[in-house]
Structures are given as C-alpha cells and as structure tokens.
Design a protein. Structure first.
Length: 237
C-alpha cells in the first residue's frame, strides 16, 4: 500500500521544500512528489520540484499541476493572471493515480494549511479530504520553525487538521539553528505537546547548501525512523 503524505507548514518559507526533499531523498522504492500549485515562478523558471531534484539527486516522479507567476496565494495568483484555478478533485485524481504505482507520494502545499487555491476557498486540506474520499489513505506532515512563536502556529495548524479529521503523522523542524536559543530548546518538548503529534526530526540550518549524497546523508541523520532516518531528539545534543 502506498503512503500519501501531504506536507504543510506553519507558514511560508519554513522549510517545506527542504523537508519534502529530505523525506523523498531517503525513501526506499518508487517516490512521487506533487506540487499542486506553484506560485511566484515564471513558466521557464525552476520551482520547488526542481529544488527537490537538485537536493535529493535521485530519480522520482515530479508533478506540478498549476503554476502562477506572481508570489501570492494560489487563488489570488490565479485570479490576477487569468489562469485556471486548481480544484481539489483534480489534485485528488492525480495523487490517487500516482499512489497506484508509487511507494510514497509527497504533496507539498503552498504556504500554510488554509491558503486558498480556488474561488470557493478550497485548501490543501480539501485536496487531502478529496484524495481520502477516493479510498487513498492520507496523512499530514507539519513543518514548523524552531524558535519563539512556533507553538501557537503549530497548535493552530494541528487544531485545523483535527477539526477536519485529517491525521497528523508528525512535525519536522525545517531549520534547526547551530546555536539554539532557550525557546528552541524548550520547544523540542513543547511542540509535540501542543500538536498532539510526535516530533519526527529537525533539519540543520544550512542543509540546503549540500545537494546530492551529502544531503541524503544529512537527511537520514535528521529524520526519525518513522520517516526512514535514524534521528532521535538526543541527536540535537
Ligand atoms: N534546513 C535548512 N537549511 C538551509 N536552508 C534552509 C533550511 N530550511 C529552509 N531553508 C531555506 O529557507 C528558505 C525557505 O525554505 P523552503 O524549504 O523553500 O520553505 P517553504 O517550502 O516552506 O516555502 C529557502 O531559501 C531554503 O533554502
Ligand atoms: Mg516550498
């Protein structure tokens, strides 16, 4: 049975792409990565999937379903560009079809969980719900920041998932500082409490600067066994 993981974050620029690359980089078997809506990128420019290919240095199936040039929420970017909106049904159908012949399907959202994709206000959560409705089990991975402010945005996202009956597999800290401050160190135990989900890793700051084999080695050391790695909280010293 294929695993379908929707990767969301507590906001934009928290490290969803880097974490998606880390999970994809060390996953055994056939891997697919879907970016439903890519914003802020011109038609000929590299998007998040290109960054994941660069970081992982491995073969995977890459699928981008919509692209809008302006760096805005997908619904706003679609409206302003005149390009079509992306519906949950379109994403669900693409994800279900990839799930049929891949061991792992990762779906990276735009921004945080409740960012809108269409004129009806549908979000990544609706895409996951629509995928589950096709009989494909789904779960979420939540990428968070390390320091002050993360507990509230993490709790809000976890609560929004729970309200929609969407399972949260765990949290990953997108960028763990080389010299963590008091808040970051305390958050290691407080994040799982406020999210009611386990912490499944922390990518060190600078991880994106080491593409290919070094990145995969780092990914294995930074992700918990549930995500295919060897990380434990003790790894952070
Ligand atoms: N662990 C990390 N190491 C190095 N750079 C990182 C790390 N996490 C995030 N970044 C950088 O921060 C920015 C945002 O990360 P990204 O993964 O693109 O976030 P998101 O996908 O959530 O918008 C990027 O420029 C990325 O290179
Ligand atoms: Mg991204």
């Amino acid at each position: 049975m294929s695993t379908v993981l929707f990767v969301t974050g507590t906001g934009t620029e928290v490290g969803k792409t880097v974490v998606t690359a880390a999970v994809a980089g060390i996953a055994p078997g056939r891997v697919a990565v879907v970016k439903p809506g890519q914003t802020g990128v011109a038609p000929d420019e590299p998007g998040d999937l290109a960054e994941i290919a660069r970081l992982t240095g491995r073969q995977f199936t890459a699928l981008e379903l919509a692209r809008y040039p302006e760096p805005l929420a997908p619904d706003t970017a679609a409206r302003r560009s005149g390009l079509p909106y992306l519906s949950p049904a379109a994403v669900a159908s693409a994800v279900a079809s990839l799930a049929a012949d891949h061991d792992l399907v990762l779906v990276e959202g735009a921004g945080g969980l409740l960012v809108r994709y269409d004129e009806h206000g549908h979000t990544l959560a609706d895409m996951a719900t629509a995928t589950a409705a096709l009989g494909v089990p789904v779960a979420f991975l939540l990428v968070t920041t390390a320091g002050l402010g993360t507990l509230n945005s993490t709790a809000l996202t976890a609560e929004a998932l729970a309200a929609r009956n969407l399972p949260l597999t765990g949290l990953v800290i997108g960028s763990w500082p080389a010299a963590p401050d008091l808040a970051s160190r305390c958050n290691l135990s407080d994040l799982p409490t406020v999210a009611d989900a386990p912490l499944l890793g922390a990518l060190p700051a600078g991880a994106a600067g080491k593409p290919g084999e070094p990145f995969r080695t780092l990914a294995a050391a930074s992700l918990a066994p549930a995500l295919g790695g060897t990380w434990t909280e003790a790894s952070l010293g």
